[in-house]
Unconditional design. Structure first.
Ligand SMILES: CC(C)(COP(=O)(O)OP(=O)(O)OC[C@H]1O[C@@H](n2cnc3c(N)ncnc32)[C@H](O)[C@@H]1OP(=O)(O)O)[C@@H](O)C(=O)NCCC(=O)NCCS
Length: 269
């Protein structure tokens, strides 16, 4: 297992994976800037065998797995060779045989399905919610927000943001909150790239749900992103309440799925 430092070596490894088979597969969608950020922090490791390369990204107490593979047997072999540990992979695709085969390769290598996310999209729409009067988070809020999200998110499923991601969101005024007496009661974080907005996190403290805090955050988010042609988000597939609320705000279900597969050696013992 090599620590990831050398871009040329990485490109050479990936370029050695033949792309001729219709079983060629990857779940690595990060761009070079994102990879560089992870690499600089020393979070990436690489494992390569004939026909498949795995990129492992350290996150708290587990690794996210990204693959580039000639075909599914090569992928399965590479996954089976991983040392004992905790791993999670996001497998994005449509609900078709190809995607099921990919999930099966992970299952055969000891990964279990944890849950699935579904993509929802909202097209630009006439906007009529009253202002939410939420606060834009400052650097002083980052520690509390990190603890709030850590408490509410499933780390295997929801790509919990690191403090530096929160700092960037604060700098870009993309982190909104409603403050309570002892920390945030609601947080919403988003990305805005050109005409595309991405709702990353929208969470209200369980004790304060159903009282209008989520609406205030959503109102200010939609107002700030009113120029975006599309707003996308990923929601846990069986979270019926949130799906209903998103529909209420004009989001529609898309056909893309993200199956989260987890291999947890601690549970297997
Ligand atoms: C989703 C969540 C952020 C909403 O926050 P909230 O404070 O509970 O929501 P609110 O009370 O402000 O209600 C928001 C809106 O949804 C509507 N709503 C509530 N329940 C609904 C339901 N079952 N169906 C449709 N609409 C519903 C409310 O009427 C309100 O609409 P309005 O703006 O027209 O008044 C919050 O419940 C939460 O943190 N849930 C768990 C985490 C989560 O699922 N996050 C999002 C997906 S990852």
């Amino acid at each position: 297992m090599k620590f990831f430092r050398d871009w040329q070596a990485w490109h050479d490894l990936v370029n050695r994976v033949p792309r001729v088979s219709n079983q060629y597969s990857t779940n690595l969608y990060a761009d070079q800037a994102q990879l560089a950020r992870w690499g600089e922090k020393g979070r990436l490791r690489v494992e390569a065998i004939e026909g498949a390369v795995l990129l492992l990204r350290r996150d708290r107490d587990f690794d996210h797995v990204y693959h580039v593979a000639r075909d599914l047997p090569a992928l399965q072999q590479a996954l089976e060779a991983l040392p004992p540990g905790r791993y999670a992979a996001d497998l994005i695709g449509r609900d078709d045989a190809r995607h099921h085969d990919l999930c099966s390769a992970y299952r055969a290598a000891g990964f279990d399905p944890r849950t699935h996310l579904r993509r929802m999209i909202r097209k630009r729409a006439a906007f009529s919610l009253p202002q939410g009067n939420t606060a834009v988070a400052t650097m002083a809020d980052v520690k509390c927000i990190a603890a709030f999200l850590d408490r509410l998110l499933d780390r295997f499923v929801e790509q919990v943001p690191e403090p530096d991601e929160l700092h960037e969101a604060v700098s870009g005024e993309r982190l909104l909150l409603v403050r309570g007496s002892s920390g945030p009661t609601g947080v919403l974080m988003y990305d805005l790239t050109g005409q595309l907005a991405h709702l990353r996190f929208w969470h209200v403290d369980p004790q304060s749900r159903g009282a209008g805090i989520g609406r205030r955050l959503m109102a200010d988010f939609l107002s700030r992103c009113r120029a975006a042609a599309r707003t996308v988000l990923w929601v846990i597939g069986d979270n019926e309440r949130s799906i209903a609320i998103y529909r209420h705000y004009g989001f529609e279900m898309d056909s893309l799925l993200d199956h989260i597969m987890v291999r947890n050696e601690d549970q297997r013992r």
